[in-house]
Design a binder for this molecule. Structure first.
Ligand code: UDP
Length: 325
């Protein structure tokens, strides 16, 4: 049995669904602060918080948990700068409670959602796992702190972990039935598609004077189904008594904000009004991952291209204009 923490959120719900499709027994825990009950279908579900030791004891007692896949976190860079203590509490402290419960109940395997934000402004592109770690926000800082906590928990207690550093997660289940629903929404692809649907008047393009070919930022977009595959491979690695690892998850290819706008217009066949706006604080010009390590060691290869990402996201947004509501 696999415990998925944060399994009602965007990446967590889709990974839980894929785990179930892969014949894992799954139980989901989510406090529904950001997650959606409707995103968890046909799986045992606990509503509650990782700070709740009694609830964790109950889950670990009631189910033969072999491993944890841990998505539960606050994940907005800007918000983390405004409220760093919330991020230390909901990310670092909550994960500490989870790890304490795991050790109490002799569960020694965890796959952890980390982020490209642990690197900060990169010195080299593509970014390798051993690049400089210089987070520029409490969000990145708390994810890095958890990676370090996991490192020491491996040494002390034998907790084996795989930390997966996501680049730009995007897309939806191909049938459009599970997808991204954040409030407020800050990510480019949902904003482009909500504008295509007329739910927003226009898209602001944050900066067109970056040192990139068209002046807009370049990012590495990775399909959420490819992320789910990586979690399953990481889990199998740990269940086969593999050692702790940390891996980037990206496609290795960067696309600019303007390239995304153009492709979104083509796929939706809608106008998508857009105008150039000032740069957003803290956005590096280019973020592109090298995912060679997980490819070589676990055999992970992304299956989906940018067009698949946008098409699946459009299948979700056009059928769920108000998300899970
Ligand atoms: N972006 C933009 N307009 C928006 C939202 C995002 O121009 O309304 C840009 C943002 O500056 C970045 C890229 O789109 O260069 C991806 O941003 P997103 O927030 O989706 O992901 P991030 O790279 O911050 O993780």
């Amino acid at each position: 049995m696999i415990l998925v923490c944060g399994g009602a959120g965007y990446i967590g719900s889709i990974t839980a669904h894929q785990l179930q499709a892969d014949r894992f027994d799954v139980v989901v825990l989510d406090n529904l602060q950001k997650g959606h009950r409707a995103a968890v279908r046909d799986l045992p579900f606990y509503e509650g918080d990782l700070h709740d030791d009694a609830l964790l004891d109950r889950i670990f007692t009631d189910h033969p948990i072999e491993a944890v896949v841990h998505f539960a976190a606050n994940s907005l860079v800007g918000e983390s700068v405004e409220n760093p203590l919330d991020y230390y509490d909901n990310n670092v402290a909550a994960t500490m409670h989870l790890l304490q419960a795991m050790v109490r109940h002799n569960v020694f395997r965890i796959v952890f959602s980390s982020t490209a934000a642990v690197y900060g402004e990169p010195e080299q592109i593509p970014i390798l796992e051993d690049a400089r770690h210089a987070p520029e926000s409490p969000y990145g800082e708390t994810k890095l702190a958890i990676e370090r906590m996991l490192f020491w928990c491996d040494r002390a207690y034998g907790v084996r972990s795989v930390c997966l550093r996501y680049f730009n997660a995007a897309g939806a289940l191909l049938d459009g039935s599970l997808g991204e629903d954040h409030a407020p929404e800050s990510h480019l692809i949902p904003i482009l598609l909500q504008t295509a649907l007329g739910k927003r008047a226009q898209v602001s393009l944050f900066g067109d004077d970056y040192p990139t070919p068209d002046g807009t930022c370049i990012r590495d977009y990775i399909h959420v189904l490819d992320l789910a595959d990586a979690h399953i491979l990481a889990l199998r690695h740990l269940l086969a008594d593999g050692e702790s690892r940390r891996y980037n998850l990206g496609s290795g290819t960067g696309y600019s904000v303007l390239e995304l706008l153009t492709l979104a217009r083509e796929i939706t066949e809608r106008e998508i009004p857009a105008e150039v706006a000032p740069r957003r604080a803290g956005d590096p010009a280019i973020l592109v991952a090298s995912s060679d390590a997980i490819h070589k060691e676990l055999g992970w290869t992304p299956r989906y291209a940018l067009r698949d990402i946008l098409e699946s996201a459009w299948a979700w947004h056009s059928t769920h204009p108000d998300g899970y509501q």
